[in-house]
Design a protein around this ligand. Structure first.
Ligand code: 5GP
Length: 214
């Protein structure tokens, strides 16, 4: 007889986006370190492996021919050319993981988010992080004392452009205090994991509950 703890569920694809300076990298690391059920999506690339990189951990490294074949077969959720090489999110490994209850984290921008969402609306959960104020963002982006006003202004401009895409997300969390922001992201994740459609083990469980008394 299935117990509550043994209920199977389908994994989800958690997208975390933010303008740089709003804490996306910190929150991503906290999630990956503290939540056993989620791991970072591993992309595929045609660029050569760098010293210290590990196959299937940093990337799946493939030839251009292999990459092009997968593009032709529609085997990427999204892909792009970056600095002369091809990069993409392969469907096969993620599909298998989702089915087995594995959650995946995507640290991608609004364009990647749109592409992923178009390919798989049911599995995607989109969270956007915002800075608490423009002054705070400026402080976080000011960075090293040696950075010129022009460099900092260019970063601010880029951040404003990224913020303008806030309405393409399911959830928006203001990152004022990093622990509180992380708690809110965890709460979103907890609720999304409980969605009926994701709890694939419910049918059998409920059937047992509804069995007439012997
Ligand atoms: P690197 O070669 O330094 O690891 O990554 C170069 C760039 O490729 C980074 O800007 C990174 O965000 C981007 N990139 C890595 N994986 C993917 C992917 O799966 N899809 C897309 N569109 N870009 C990626």
């Amino acid at each position: 007889m299935p117990t509550r703890d043994a209920l199977q569920r389908r994994g989800l694809m958690l997208i975390l986006s933010s303008p740089s300076g709003a804490g996306k990298t910190t929150i991503s690391h906290m999630l990956l370190n503290r939540d056993e059920d989620i791991r970072l999506s591993v992309s595929m690339t045609t660029r050569p492996m760098r010293v210290g990189e590990v196959e299937a951990k940093d990337y799946f490294f493939v030839s251009q021919d292999q990459f092009d074949r997968l593009v032709a077969e529609d085997e990427f959720y999204e892909w792009a050319h970056v600095f002369g090489h091809s990069y993409g999110t392969p469907k096969a490994s993620i599909r298998a993981g989702l089915k087995a209850g594995q959650d995946f984290l995507f640290d991608i921008d609004w364009q990647g988010t749109q592409q992923l969402y178009q390919k798989d609306q049911q599995d995607v959960v989109r969270i956007f992080l915002l800075p608490p104020s423009i002054d705070e963002l400026h402080q976080r982006l000011a960075g090293r004392a040696t950075d010129s006003a022009e460099v900092i202004n260019a970063r601010m401009e880029r951040a404003r452009a990224e913020i303008s895409h806030w309405d393409g997300y399911d959830y928006v969390v203001i990152n004022d205090d990093v622990e509180e922001c992380f708690t809110q992201v965890q709460q979103i994740l907890a609720a999304e994991r409980l969605r009926r459609a994701r709890q694939t083990g419910l049918i059998g469980f409920v059937r047992e509950l509804m069995k007439p008394a012997a």
